[in-house]
Design a protein around this ligand. Structure first.
Ligand SMILES: [Zn+2]
Length: 94
């Protein structure tokens, strides 16, 4: 069992994640591999099926046709929903 004091000493606020998240969020999306949360297939983002004529752009898994990602951008800002993505992986930076 872990020591609660030691656990608190290891904890940082969300600002500590900014560097790594900035790398993920600014990477070339065409290099990303997505693991589908529905069928667990691993496929390049570029091989997914895109429906751009909906209120939000929708990406569907080419294996099971389930929605993996929705992205919208309008006057109120940008929104990205990825509940259909189990894992997004990309090659190392640099
Ligand atoms: Zn799938």
């Amino acid at each position: 069992m872990s020591d609660p004091t030691e656990e608190r000493d290891r904890r940082l606020d969300g600002n500590a994640a900014a560097g790594v998240l900035a790398e993920v969020m600014t990477m070339d999306p065409t290099t990303a591999m997505l693991t589908c949360a529905h069928c667990h297939s691993r496929t390049a983002l570029g091989a997914h099926l895109v429906y751009a004529d909906a209120p939000a752009m929708v990406l569907r898994c080419p294996g099971c046709m389930q929605v993996v990602m929705r992205c919208a951008s309008d006057d109120s800002g940008r929104r990205l929903e990825m509940t259909g993505v189990q894992l997004l992986s990309a090659p190392p930076v640099g």
